[in-house]
Design a protein around this ligand. Structure first.
Ligand code: KG4
Ligand code: ZN
Length: 328
């Protein structure tokens, strides 16, 4: 039995799964309400809340899994990338927990975790595939080879897709978290009514860019009558559409350049309804993380840990949190 812990940002998460990948519990203690009044994640508040929430969250994960501590065979923890203070709470807790119970400890990269969230889907990818990872901190195309090796083939030149949703939501006067709020405002409005140019279209750069789109939205919002709900909704729909088209356009380019025929969609933005709908138009076998595993969670960390070696005692003692990832 694997106990996994994830505290890289503003969700305190613990999960239990069997060594052969059967998920028994996944608990996410959200801090959204603690950060909402500030319009975004406040790192110091996140760290302090992780400290308060992690013990009870682990206890709930074990109870929901119906197992006792002595059935655990390993502990897995996210060691980066993310907010250093937040990560340190999880890493220190996991080290102490594993050390005291003489359990092996596995350090997991958060981005590898998102990729592994596909294993929680009803149709996990088989063999080599390409993954579109779109979250609040990253927008990446990651190639997964037959042996499970990960290589990043495209990154964002500026903002991440989730950041584009969050900043767009702020410009439209919506609350935090912005992604779901913007998707909701877009609703069934016609995205073509106020079209935005899709970034990098017609170019073969294997890269993403969202900052120009945000500037275009900012200019459009200035021209808008704020009482005109239909116009705000159309603007949200057009902005969302441009983000979705850009993600699809680059994913399509990635499929062509790698020759992969299966595409996975993961990360917080993978919860976007329009993106999930449109992904099916790509010439590939498409697989998506389940909605429950798009945002940050520990189930994906448990899944990723299954293919990783445990740390030696010396590595465990020196394990530190890191803000950046080699995949990012
Ligand atoms: O993966 P995640 O939970 O955290 C990071 O690792 O960054 O991603 C969070 C991001 C936020 O920017 C949030 O606004 C976005 O995912 N997001 C969405 C939706 N749900 C969450 N973006 C668009 N549509 C959604 N439904
Ligand atoms: Zn994440």
């Amino acid at each position: 039995m694997i106990l996994a812990i994830e505290t890289s940002c503003d969700e305190t998460c613990a999960a239990v799964c069997t060594e052969d990948g059967r998920l028994l519990s996944s608990v996410v203690a959200s801090q959204v309400a603690d950060h909402a009044t500030f319009g975004g994640v406040v790192p110091e508040i996140a760290s302090r809340r992780h400290l308060e929430l992690l013990g009870p969250t682990v206890a709930t994960a074990l109870t929901e899994a119906g197992i006792s501590e002595d059935q655990l065979t390993r502990v897995a923890v996210t060691s980066g990338p993310g907010l250093i203070g937040a990560l340190l709470v999880g890493v220190s807790y996991a080290k102490g927990y594993a050390y005291a119970r003489r359990l092996p400890l596995v350090a997991v990269d958060h981005l590898h975790g998102h990729v592994a969230s596909l294993q929680l889907s009803d149709t996990p990818p088989v063999g080599a595939h390409l993954v579109l990872l779109a979250s609040g901190g990253h927008t990446l195309l990651i190639d997964v080879d037959d042996a499970g090796g990960l290589t990043t083939i495209a990154r964002s030149m500026d903002d991440a897709a989730g950041e584009a949703f969050d900043k767009g939501a702020r410009l439209l006067g919506l609350g935090y978290p912005g992604g779901p709020a913007l998707g909701y405002l877009a609703g069934a409005s016609d995205p073509q009514a106020r079209a935005f140019t899709t970034p990098l279209q017609g170019r073969d750069d294997l890269a993403f860019s969202f900052s120009g789109l945000k500037t275009a939205l900012s200019l459009a919002v200035q021209r808008l009558n704020s009482d005109d709900h239909a116009a705000r909704s159309e603007l949200a729909a057009a902005y969302q559409e441009a983000i979705v088209e850009h993600l699809l356009d680059r994913a399509s380019l990635g499929l062509t350049s790698t020759g992969r025929t299966t595409l996975g969609l993961v990360g917080g933005v993978a919860a976007n309804v329009r993106l999930r709908e449109q992904l099916g138009t790509l010439p590939a076998t498409v697989t998506m993380a389940p909605l429950s595993a798009c945002g940050d969670n520990a189930a994906m960390i448990a899944m990723a840990s299954r293919s990783l070696p445990p740390l030696s005692v010396a590595e465990m003692e020196s394990l530190d949190a890191h803000a950046r990832s080699p995949l990012g």
